[in-house]
Write a protein that binds this ligand. Structure first.
Ligand code: DX5
Ligand code: ZN
Length: 226
């Protein structure tokens, strides 16, 4: 069974000096999650936001925060990020960054947040299949992580399908990268229900309307499937 569609707005494409205004706009569309891309310049070739910004965001919105850690040694930073998000929903780390994912999942859960694991486009699902029972989400990257505005890679679609076929009921499967009105249906068709989008929301004239359109398209696919 495919759980409820959740739209996660990635603020990587928002105007960084007008973040509060940008967040207020997407709140009007009942956004489900604010997706925060944390990059360290090592695991990915880009540097973005850290706990300081997350603390600021937490002060201006009640929307659950979905923290996507694209960093080496995520275990060193779990507590700091959890503290900055103060009850914010979920921390996701990359399976490619660790040999001991179980320990990181436990660390995240100890903070009271949900735990997610992300897979790069070339990483096989086998690496996370045995972890599903301990996780709240698997986030399938549909671009190589590092930047917003890249092109969706259809080659990851079978991985979404595979994970949906073995995941427990109501398990969240996310897709991140290159989601637009052209690509969203394919990802939902395969079983993704947490839809991360940056440019398709913030690089439009009307982010609120963009969210509504993406949600409508995704829900339509779910209806047709059932
Ligand atoms: C990429 C990030 C994504 C990114 C998505 O490394 O993890 O969350 O912001 O951007 P779009 O939706 O523009 O592909
Ligand atoms: Zn992301």
């Amino acid at each position: 069974m495919q759980p409820k569609i959740k739209i996660a707005a990635s603020i990587l494409s928002a105007n960084p000096v007008r973040l509060e205004e940008e967040i207020k706009k997407i709140e009007l569309a009942d956004i489900d999650l604010i997706h925060i891309d944390v990059m360290d310049g090592h695991f990915v070739p880009n540097i973005t936001m850290g706990p300081f910004i997350i603390e600021g965001i937490r002060r201006i919105t009640q929307v659950p925060l979905d923290i996507h850690l694209m960093i080496e040694h995520p275990e060193r930073f779990v507590k700091t990020f959890a503290a900055s998000a103060q009850g914010g929903d979920l921390i996701t780390f990359h399976i490619e960054t660790t040999e001991k994912p179980e320990e990181i999942i436990s660390l995240i859960k100890e903070t009271g947040l949900k735990a997610g694991v992300s897979l790069n486009p070339d990483t096989p699902t086998e690496l996370v299949e045995d972890l599903l029972d301990t996780l709240d989400m698997v986030l399938v990257m549909s671009v190589n992580p590092g930047f917003s505005g890249q092109k969706f890679m259809p080659k990851v679609l079978p991985k979404i399908g595979r994970l949906r076929s073995i995941a427990p009921d109501e398990f969240d499967i996310g897709v991140d990268g290159g989601i637009t009105t052209e690509t969203i249906s394919q990802a939902v068709q395969k079983g993704a229900n947490v839809i991360v989008a940056a440019s398709a929301i913030f690089k439009t004239n009307d982010p609120c309307n963009a969210i509504k359109t993406l949600r409508k398209m995704a829900e339509q696919v779910v209806r047709e499937k059932s």
